[in-house]
Design a protein around this ligand. Structure first.
Ligand SMILES: [Zn+2]
Length: 387
């Protein structure tokens, strides 16, 4: 029995290795998989056959060859299943449907007028339902759902604390899994945004990436050594509550002088109210017209962002810091101040190869990261099943 168990385990591991090779290097031949992985050709052929039977790999037929018989090339079948990604915002729900490579095939967005849990949950389920209805005929259908939320989430997918939604504890994963019967991943929106940029945006191929989600508050998602760092309880990344003024304004978190009180969209709107501007759109438009008071305000916010980023750079020594969420829209008006402040304040050796960038996926960083969670959970399961 022991031996059978070991063989099954070896097959699972080898299946994962072969599927990874296809995901990373396709189109490629069985012989090339064998070369890249060190598995012998017979093993590769047998595992590839299983993957073809399971609709995850397609045989494209003969490709180009430098001489002799042309080898058949293999490809990952991205359209054999679909994932739903959801970005649950404070006043909107954004949903996307993606194939198994994360390519967006459908989108659905709705505006929330009420934030209470009784009215938001039905609309969230409705958004998922709308996207599910748009899945083309395929072997696996909806493989999973990923949801980014503006709050703290524990390991069982329960939202523990969502200050801007004022929700009680909500077992969101259980609710959504019971309704749709597929695996559901719930994570903080900053973590989801970090994944979105790491997989599809400005952080592609970068090992150490800190994503700073600057919206109503500030949250951060940390990719260290290509892995999302979540901390002991899954609560890492609350860098919006890093104190940047020891005797500063009191924060709702109980601390004072927190970074987000000076550098978030809320901080911007608080300071722009006396000038008669009450939303980011109006401020961006005024900055475009060259209104000096508004330009000075963006400059201050950019500097405040730079102060916090310099602290992050000194702690984590990242390759890249990516500014995302709403404030990324102000790139043209804050970038210079952010870069200048980081250059002046961060330690010299830490700045060596550092890049401070703005989110490439724009408003979709979090929703694409959320869909990625669902895809990666599905592929992880398929690799582990030894198909
Ligand atoms: Zn705070």
């Amino acid at each position: 029995m022991k031996q059978t168990g070991d063989l099954a385990l070896v097959k699972k591991m080898n299946t994962a290795i072969v599927l990874d090779a296809v995901l990373r290097y396709a189109p490629l031949s069985r012989a090339q998989i064998s070369e890249r992985t060190g598995l012998n050709k017979a093993t590769v052929s047998s595992l590839v056959l299983d993957l073809i039977d399971n609709h995850l790999v397609a045989d494209l037929g003969p490709g180009a060859s430098s001489g002799g018989r042309k080898p058949n090339l293999l490809e990952f079948r991205a359209s054999s299943g679909y994932a739903v990604g959801i970005d649950l915002g404070v006043n909107y729900i954004r949903g996307i449907l993606t194939d198994l490579e994360g390519g967006v095939v459908a989108e659905h967005r709705l505006t929330l007028k009420a934030q209470n849990v009784e009215s938001v949950i039905p609309r969230l389920l409705e958004c998922i339902e709308t996207l599910r209805a748009r899945i083309p005929a395929c072997p696996y259908g909806m493989v999973g759902i990923g949801i980014g939320v503006p709050g703290l989430v524990n390991e069982s997918g329960t939202i523990l604390f969502a200050p801007n939604l004022s929700w009680p504890e909500v077992p969101l994963r259980t609710i959504v899994e019971e309704r749709f019967g597929v695996p559901v991943t719930i994570d903080n929106e900053a973590n989801a945004g970090a994944q979105g940029e790491q997989r599809y945006g400005a952080g592609r191929g970068i090992a150490n990436q800190i994503y700073v989600s600057v919206g109503i508050g500030i949250g951060t998602g940390m990719i260290l050594n290509k892995e999302l760092y979540k901390g002991a309880g899954g609560f890492s990344g609350e860098l919006g509550h890093l104190s940047i003024h020891a005797d500063g304004k009191p924060c709702r978190c109980g601390n004072q002088g927190c970074w987000e009180l000076y550098a978030s969209e809320n901080a911007l709107l608080e300071q722009s109210a006396p000038l008669g501007y009450h939303d980011l759109d109006a401020l961006l438009e005024a900055a475009g017209r060259g209104e000096p008071e508004v330009l000075a305000l963006f400059e201050r916010i950019g500097e405040a962002l730079g102060v916090g980023i310099a602290n992050i750079v000194n702690v984590f020594n990242p390759d890249v810091v990516i500014i995302g969420n709403e404030m990324r829209r102000a790139e043209a008006w804050i970038e210079e101040a952010v870069q200048r402040t980081v250059a002046r304040r961060a330690l010299a050796h830490h700045r060596g190869k550092l890049q401070v960038l703005f989110a490439e996926q724009g408003e979709k960083s979090a929703v694409r990261g959320a869909a990625y969670y669902a895809i990666s959970a599905f592929l992880g399961k398929m690799k582990g099943s030894g198909v």
